[in-house]
Design a protein around this ligand. Structure first.
Ligand code: HEC
Length: 179
């Protein structure tokens, strides 16, 4: 082989390798940029969703209304509505626990999970057994848990009681007409 050819071959290989390397780098760069763009899009979306999260006060006011509705549904012997309100309370309590695992050093998710497993489950169970006394006892214990947590979190001035009037004036509690 002539020395000229060897040099040319080496040069061709060098250029080819350089080209490969360059193309590789460019592809990597483009993919990386794409990933970066997707990540920042996702971060913007998370930020937007975070703004939509109910704050603790919103969820608490919801719980207060649901507890009032639960009471009126039960006192009106409206079992489907009572079960529905219990499900709503459970969902609200779960949301509060997920969004606020710790409130002012109180293990909120523990307290709330306990409420679901004992008092709320107890009310569901009492309802199925038609045990009004047990239902009322579990309702009273739920109220006590609400107020205990308020005291522990430094907001004991929010004392929740039995409703003295229906929480809304535009709902029919009667089971035979509200079907
Ligand atoms: C894990 C602790 C915890 C439990 C359990 C709890 N709360 Fe609360 N609640 C709080 C905290 C903390 C606040 C203060 C929220 C704030 O700073 O916005 C609050 C505030 C409230 C408020 C005042 C909201 C307002 O702006 O008017 C109401 C009403 C309320 N809770 C209802 C309830 C009811 C009803 C229950 C039970 C079914 C309950 N809470 C159970 C911690 C708890």
């Amino acid at each position: 082989m002539k020395p000229y050819n060897t040099v040319t071959n080496a040069l061709v290989w060098f250029v080819l390798l350089g080209l490969f390397f360059f193309l590789g780098m460019m592809t990597h760069h483009l993919l990386f940029r794409k990933q970066e763009r997707e990540l920042s899009k996702m971060a913007a979306r998370v930020e937007k969703l975070e703004k939509l999260e109910p704050d603790l006060g919103d969820s608490m006011r919801e719980l207060q209304s649901e507890m009032g509705k639960l009471w009126y549904a039960k006192k009106s012997h409206n079992t489907p509505l009572t079960l529905y309100e219990l499900k709503e309370i459970k969902e609200t309590v779960e949301t509060v626990g997920i969004l606020n695992p710790v409130i002012d050093r109180v293990n909120a998710s523990g307290v709330l999970q306990g409420m679901i497993n004992s008092q709320i489950a107890g009310m569901e169970d009492a309802l199925k057994r038609h045990d009004d006394k047990a239902f009322d006892q579990q309702y009273a214990e739920t109220l006590a848990t609400c107020n205990e947590c308020h005291r522990a979190s430094g907001v004991g001035f929010n004392r929740i009681t039995y409703p003295s009037a229906p929480p809304v004036g535009n709902q029919d509690w009667n089971p035979s007409t509200s079907k």
